[in-house]
Design a protein around this ligand. Structure first.
Ligand SMILES: Cc1ncc(C[n+]2csc(CCOP(=O)(O)OP(=O)(O)O)c2C)c(N)n1
Length: 411
């Protein structure tokens, strides 16, 4: 039977057509593909230039001296912690580490714009968000050293932090799993009408995972109060952005999902702060997701398992380290206002290093968790197979006692 399609035009005219999405699309009679560059060149929102000058006074967030000093102290403390834990791994004291060098502005600017009750889903390179929320150095160290004070009971690889008290969901390694989880959590938050938002951090590499699509689409269609925060730092391990995607980065994808989107200079802590604050306000007030793409640069190696000199030049890294660094930019801003001097810098560097070293030495001295904890917390009652494994473990440890210094473990 030949299909009669004359009804399509009639019902479209009557706005009853279910065959196309609700849009103002018209029918045309010329065959033309949409050029991808129609949505390219999304501008980068910036408040401060590289010398720390405010470009347009109307965009100055006018934060107090105390707040700005706190930003700076958190950004530099993160840097110091990174240096010491990175070195610890090189010396074989911990098994693994990931630094946050160069991305400090994205962490602190976004964290400061949130409410402490907002729920955070991180990827793994957002330690500054947790630090801004008040996670103590002792707990960062306890996690990386997997000692008896670790909230995760020593079960995770280093940098897989989590804190129920600080509304920071525990990091998991498989890329992008946090994205649909954040969409689900934001949907729950909306149903509770709790005046809360959810923020979900991810790298531009993770945005290539199928889970990113699922999370974006669910949150847009379910109208969830969620801020997707992409840290576009130029690389996914050795894959540079020009091999990662075609099209205009991650921000360009937002409109395709019906999401409000913005690209910001991630090395400008005030631009990140303003964009996140406004996205957070509107996400909660209007129940809809927002996408922020923060342009930044990963100055460190991907992790301690990577050597980035194999795929990028020293000159490239030096450029970002010396010419366009979020910390130096903020420092210029503070210095210009007479809020920070060379003396302040020297004193703070010394003091922050001392504080980090104390936490590090304490973590190293602390006992490891009781090995029994490997078997608990999944099931309310130990299952027979787990019990068998547990007995086998202790038999093995007894047999090869000389290799297992049990006095270093919590009883
Ligand atoms: C599903 C999955 N595939 C691959 C990996 C290995 N992997 C770990 S990090 C990473 C790169 C991620 O890059 P990006 O999301 O841009 O974040 P960045 O490390 O640059 O902060 C890859 C491929 C993984 N952890 N999970």
């Amino acid at each position: 039977m030949k299909k009669d399609e004359s009804w399509i035009e009639t019902c479209c005219e009557e706005s009853l057509c279910l065959l196309r999405p609700p849009s103002s699309a018209e029918f045309v009679d010329n065959l033309e593909f949409i050029q991808p560059n129609v949505i390219s060149g999304i501008p980068i929102y910036r408040v401060m230039d590289r010398q720390g000058n405010i470009i347009n006074p109307s965009q100055d967030p006018q934060l107090s001296k105390e707040t700005v000093l706190n930003f700076y102290q958190k950004m530099t403390m993160l840097n110091t912690m990174d240096r010491i834990l990175y070195e610890s791994q090189r010396q074989g004291r911990i098994s693994f580490y990931m630094t946050n060098y160069g991305e400090e502005g994205t962490h602190v600017g976004s964290a400061a714009a949130l409410d402490p009750t907002d729920l955070v889903f991180g990827q793994y390179r957002e330690a500054g968000v947790l630090m801004y929320r008040g996670f103590p150095l002792d707990l960062f160290m306890a996690q990386c050293y997997a000692n008896a004070d670790d909230l995760g009971k020593g079960r995770q690889m280093p940098v897989h932090y989590g804190s129920r008290d600080l509304n920071f969901v525990t990091i998991s390694s498989p890329l992008a799993t946090q994205i649909p989880q954040a969409a689900g959590a934001a949907y729950a938050v909306k149903r509770e009408n709790a005046n809360r938002a959810v923020i979900c951090y991810f790298g531009e590499g993770a945005a290539s995972e199928g889970d990113a699509h699922a999370g974006f689409n669910f949150s847009a269609t379910l109208e969830c109060p969620l801020i997707f925060f992409c840290r576009n730092n130029g690389y996914a391990i050795s894959t540079p952005t020009n091999e990662q995607y075609r099209g205009d980065g991650i921000a360009a994808r937002g409109p395709g999902y019906g999401m409000l989107s913005i690209r910001v200079d991630g090395n400008d802590v005030f631009a990140v702060y303003n964009a996140t604050k406004e996205a957070r306000r509107r996400a909660v007030a209007e129940n809809q997701p927002f996408l922020i793409e923060a342009m930044t640069y990963r100055i460190g190696h991907h992790s301690t398992s990577d050597d980035s000199s194999a795929y990028r030049s020293v000159d490239e890294v030096n450029y970002w380290d010396k010419q366009d660094h979020p910390i130096s930019r903020l420092r210029h801003y503070m210095t210009a206002r007479g809020w920070w001097s060379e003396d302040d810098e020297r004193t703070w560097r010394k003091q922050s290093r001392k504080t980090v070293m104390e936490a590090f030495e304490k973590a190293e001295r602390r006992l490891k968790p009781n090995p029994e904890l490997m078997f608990t917390d999944v099931y309310e009652e130990m299952t027979p197979n787990l019990n068998k494994q547990r007995e086998a473990l202790w038999r093995h440890v007894q047999q090869y006692k000389e290799h297992y210094p049990l006095d270093l473990y919590d009883k």
